[in-house]
Design a protein around this ligand. Structure first.
Ligand code: HEC
Ligand code: HEC
Ligand code: HEC
Ligand code: HEC
Ligand code: HEC
Ligand code: HEC
Length: 331
């Protein structure tokens, strides 16, 4: 091969390499998707084709220390769609150090909830359309309490019960305040089912005892020992007629059984149990002790010990105890 041919060949090879590199880079550029993981303290979002609101022009900060979304924004669009311009984006993720959190709110979940028609700022009353959001210091608490503005009856009942904060004499703070549930602690946020005229929503709510009442830090122990055959065990198997915790404890004005107004107080049991049972007499009510069938209560109970040695299955036990207390109750 002449040096000339060799030179031509190497020029061709270089040209080819350059072409290949350019092509590969081009493909890479074309294929590359917006990354969801970015450096610390930045917000990232997909470069979306179009925002839901045509008139929306975000005021992007000139230097982007917070990434794609300027947190200092003013929205011309009020109402839910204003918030959903950003929060409707599945890729709205903020990364702080090695933690990342996604702030996407699924429109489908909101639309299926009881609050489909109310504004985001109905609950997030401390969130203006001008930001930074950071000004909303205790936003989580605010959102969990805002309910009282629209649900005054439930708020009144809740205020009477033992789950609300009780200021002591001389305005001393409630030492148990930190453990007491706010509305949003029991109900959650965006997925509350509609209950009125909605059997499916009612059924979903009915199944929530463990989440509402029995989570760690609340009454996990009473969730665990709510195990009697007719009520607790049946409930945990999915029986829709077995009472959820609030079937006996009242929904919002929940009180300790020592309080004479509590649904679980001895003086009220006939009416509480009477919601589901007819002819609730003294004897019948002794069953109450078995509802939170704590082992020591059971072991100390002559019926239980007798039946336990005679039977193995819990179902046998339940039926025997049930028949001792007068058979099936009416509903
Ligand atoms: C321009 C985009 C944008 C708009 C519009 C927007 N947000 Fe946000 N929002 C964000 C970002 C980004 C975050 C996460 C930022 C952070 O934690 O600092 C966030 C966080 C939140 C949080 C959690 C707060 C926290 O500190 O973790 C709530 C609640 C919230 N937004 C509600 C709303 C509501 C309600 C609206 C409408 C009134 C709204 N947002 C409008 C971008 C937006
Ligand atoms: C019925 C009251 C209510 C409505 C209406 C509501 N929120 Fe919320 N939102 C809450 C509560 C309560 C929380 C706190 C949840 C928690 O801490 O578990 C929350 C949390 C958030 C968060 C933070 C989520 C996170 O993962 O940290 C964002 C963002 C948010 N809401 C945006 C919105 C947007 C956007 C709308 C309107 C489409 C909206 N919210 C409507 C009650 C509501
Ligand atoms: C300890 C948990 C708990 C707390 C705290 C709580 N709720 Fe409820 N709430 C429930 C349960 C459980 C139901 C469902 C009752 C049913 O299906 O019979 C309910 C039902 C409701 C309903 C539907 C109508 C009704 O009365 O049955 C509304 C509205 C409501 N709650 C609002 C609130 C508001 C407002 C607050 C705060 C002031 C609040 N809740 C606090 C557990 C709670
Ligand atoms: C801005 C007003 C507003 C706020 C704030 C609000 N709600 Fe509601 N809520 C409504 C409306 C309106 C309905 C629908 C009532 C209906 O369809 O009859 C509703 C329905 C409900 C239902 C279902 C009741 C049923 O019978 O179907 C529950 C439970 C509920 N809200 C709880 C809450 C809780 C808990 C909060 C706070 C985290 C809250 N709401 C905040 C207005 C509000
Ligand atoms: C069929 C009625 C009934 C149901 C359902 C029920 N309980 Fe109870 N619960 C009672 C009675 C009666 C007492 C008081 C006497 C006792 O401790 O046996 C009580 C006591 C309690 C106590 C102690 C506070 C007090 O007033 O003495 C807690 C906490 C409790 N229950 C939580 C729950 C939880 C959580 C659930 C749901 C997993 C639940 N209960 C379901 C009837 C019931
Ligand atoms: C929300 C409804 C509801 C409430 C409230 C309720 N129960 Fe029941 N109870 C049931 C169901 C459902 C059964 C199972 C009936 C069956 O198997 O046919 C049952 C069964 C029983 C049985 C077995 C015998 C029989 O009558 O079927 C006893 C005993 C009993 N309950 C006692 C109580 C006592 C005591 C209370 C009050 C502390 C109470 N119940 C509250 C729904 C309830």
């Amino acid at each position: 091969m002449s040096p000339r041919t060799r030179r031509r060949l190497s020029v061709a090879a270089i040209a080819l390499t350059v072409l290949v590199v350019v092509f590969v880079a081009g493909v890479a550029l074309f294929v590359e998707r917006p990354s969801t993981t970015v450096a610390a303290d930045t917000v990232t979002t997909a470069s979306k084709p179009a925002t839901p609101t045509a008139s929306f022009v975000p005021t992007i900060a000139p230097v982007p220390p917070t990434g794609g979304y300027a947190l200092d924004f003013t929205l011309p669009t009020f109402g839910k769609s204003g918030c959903m311009v950003c929060h409707g984006d599945p890729q709205l993720t903020i990364v702080r150090g090695d933690q990342s959190h996604n702030y996407w709110i699924d429109q489908k979940i909101v639309d299926a909830s009881a609050h489909a028609k109310i504004q985001c700022t109905g609950c997030h009353i401390d969130f203006a359309y001008t930001s930074p959001h950071k000004d909303a210091a205790d936003w989580r608490r605010v959102a969990k309490e805002s309910c009282k503005n629209c649900h005054p009856d439930q708020f009144r009942d809740y205020s009477l019960g033992s789950h609300s904060e009780k200021v002591g004499p001389g305005h001393t703070p409630d030492p148990k305040a930190a453990n007491k549930p706010l509305c949003g602690d029991c109900h959650g946020s965006h997925a509350m089912p509609k209950l009125k005229n909605n059997p499916a929503g009612k059924a979903a709510e009915h199944a929530l005892s463990q989440q509402m009442c029995g989570s760690p830090g609340c009454h996990a122990d009473y969730w665990a020992n709510y195990n009697d055959y007719y009520h607790g065990a049946a409930y945990k198997r999915g029986a829709t007629d077995a009472p959820a915790c609030w079937g006996c404890h009242e929904t919002h004005a929940t009180r300790n059984h020592k309080d004479s107004l509590a649904y679980t107080n001895d003086s009220q049991l006939a009416s509480t149990c009477g919601r589901c049972h007819e002819d609730v007499g003294e004897g019948y009510l002794t069953y109450t002790k078995l509802i939170h069938s704590k082992q020591q209560t059971l072991d100390g109970n002559p019926v239980y010990s007798t039946v336990k040695s005679a039977r193995t299955g819990m179902s046998g036990l339940g039926e025997t105890i049930g028949s001792l207390f007068g058979g099936r109750g009416g509903k």
